[in-house]
Ligand binder design. Structure first.
Ligand code: NAD
Length: 294
């Protein structure tokens, strides 16, 4: 059993922290939102009055915050006050530059940092089935792995500082592009008089096969569990897809990588979000591609 501090108890952090309590750890949480704190308390966490108070006795610190600016500010505040040698894990999805900057802040304070963003969404957070993509030194990864395994089912060491965030944005750039590709193909098939099931049966066993088709099919019917069967209720909201695509484009600009389809996907999701569909599952973009949604 470890003393764990968990900062950021929102849609993802709340259930992740609850899984650490279930695994037998003593978890002290902090969030700016009183309602998130109340839910976490009901799940068995102790609630601290501040982030610094939460981390003071912790062997392990986890942060799950909205974006890079929040992680930079919280890590700058807590790193000097944490126990020497504590493991500090950021599971938020943030820009690679911020991830590397906070690694440096934590290392200078004598802590062991890892970036460990997740895929799997709120369902994975609740069910402890997340995939963690981890960046950091080998000893920090070795210390983080058993903790992360209590919140997820797969933990991959991707490399040094920031490598977890790099893997996350590259993966989600593939996802955004592939969902648009699958959506365009179904929209074309409809105009050609081809049934959804016929395209699915062919493409899912042919070279068009991909996760966006076989697990998350954007039309109702072929994959009964996909959000298309449930009015495009997320799932993975379009606003989060846009956030990740923007991070991929910032990273591409910073290193001079050419990602024309990633840029186009970011623009299409910006249009979809701008038209008020940010809360829709990202597979709902097929409706805009058909011209049904502005
Ligand atoms: P959320 O908005 O539900 O939770 C973030 C929490 O951080 C909020 O409760 C907020 O009050 C708290 N917070 C903000 N600033 C703080 C501070 N200074 N100190 C303490 N608490 C603070 O967001 P979420 O859906 O839980 O996402 C968290 C991260 O996980 C994001 O980076 C997101 O991109 C990533 N992510 C989300 C999903 C998903 O499906 N929701 C999937 C994968 C990754």
């Amino acid at each position: 059993m470890a003393q764990i501090a968990f900062i950021g108890l929102g849609n993802m952090g709340g259930p992740m922290a609850a899984n650490l309590v279930k695994a037998g750890h003593a978890v002290t949480g902090f969030d700016l939102s009183p309602s998130s704190c109340a839910e976490a308390k009901a799940a068995g966490l102790s609630i601290a009055a501040s982030a610094v108070a939460a981390v003071s006795a912790a062997d392990v610190i986890v942060t799950m915050l909205p974006a890079g600016k929040h992680v930079r500010s919280v890590w700058a505040e807590i790193a000097p006050k944490a126990k020497a040698g504590a493991l500090i894990i950021d599971s938020s999805t943030i820009d690679v530059e911020s991830a590397r900057a906070v690694h440096a802040v934590a290392s200078a304070a004598g802590l062991k940092p890892v970036d460990a963003p997740v895929s799997g969404g709120t369902g994975g957070a609740k069910g402890a089935t997340l995939t963690f993509m981890v960046g950091g030194e080998a000893d920090a990864f070795a210390a983080a792995k058993p903790i992360l395994e209590q919140m997820g089912k797969k933990v991959v060491h991707c490399g040094g500082a920031g490598a977890g965030q790099a893997a996350k944005i590259c993966n989600n750039m593939i996802l955004g592009i592939s969902m648009i590709g699958v959506g365009e193909a179904f929209a074309l098939a409809e105009k050609l008089g081809l049934s959804h099931q016929a395209l699915f049966d062919v493409a899912s066993t042919s070279s068009g096969q991909c996760w966006s088709l076989t697990t998350y099919c954007p039309v109702p019917g072929p994959v009964p569990t996909s959000p298309a069967n449930n009015g495009y209720k997320p799932g993975f909201a379009a606003e989060l897809m846009l956030k990740d695509l923007k991070l991929s484009q910032e990273a591409a600009a910073a290193v001079g990588a050419s990602t024309p389809l990633g840029a186009a996907a970011a623009q299409l999701y910006a249009l979809f979000n701008g038209a008020g569909h940010g809360g829709t599952d990202f597979s709902g973009i097929i409706e805009m591609l058909r011209g049904q949604k502005a």
